[in-house]
Design a binder for this molecule. Sequence first.
Ligand SMILES: Nc1ncnc2c1ncn2[C@@H]1O[C@H](COP(=O)(O)OP(=O)(O)OP(=O)(O)O)[C@@H](O)[C@H]1O
Length: 247
Amino acid sequence: MNDKAISAENLTKQFGTFTAVDSISFDVGRGEVFGFLGANGAGKTTAMRMLCGLSRPTSGSAMVAGFDINRESEKLKKNIGYMSQKFSLYEDLKVWENLRLFGGIYGMKDKEIAQRTDEMLGELGLESERETLVRELPVGWKQKLAFTVSVFHNPGVVFLDEPTGGVDPYTRRQFWQLIYKVADRGITVFVTTHYMDEAAYCDRVSIMVDGRIEALDTPSRLKENYAAGSMDEVFRQLARKALRSGD
Ligand SMILES: Nc1ncnc2c1ncn2[C@@H]1O[C@H](COP(=O)(O)OP(=O)(O)OP(=O)(O)O)[C@@H](O)[C@H]1O
């Protein structure tokens, strides 16, 4: 079996004459925690949407979890997980009802859903909230639940779009423990973040500037190459070059 979970070649997306993602190529290994960084408007969401089969590239190709994003986008969508910034939870359903719903959407059998619900709620320490309506949960718990939903069907790759926005550093660290747990199970984690302390938790990090990948390496090698004391400094050195500004 191929040990690459993601392999992108010259992936490009144009909106009219504007090139949002400009011929990016990179590989992500199986079970790797891969940080996808860039300033606002750099092209991260556009690239991630192509890798999830949600948007067609203008040119270029990619294999994700064993599927071709151009030719097998439907199969691809079933075999990946995705957690958006707005978490796709149903606020008016209970915690366990959300898990059952998403398990069903991914074609899991009732028995498997019931088993996995017990297992996941136990792992999260959310057992006592099984019957709670999602809208009553604090934001940090919603994030954990949204993450659980995204890996509930055991996908090959999970895409997390700024999963920890708006919560305190302690809750963010707890969230990262969950990320490591799923990576240990062999799920590849592709994560975008604006928090540079989180970039340092990734196995490797890529930094996008104006639609291109300007740097890609382990956090320690990036710091070495840019003679920087922190990932924040690496990021600032690269982001300074950006011509584009976010909206
Ligand atoms: N549908 C679209 N039509 C035209 N331009 C778009 C479209 N989607 C994105 N863009 C532009 O492409 C560029 C990249 O946007 P994208 O959302 O991918 O950036 P990002 O790195 O994810 O930023 P952020 O961190 O703010 O989410 C931006 O200049 C944006 O305005």
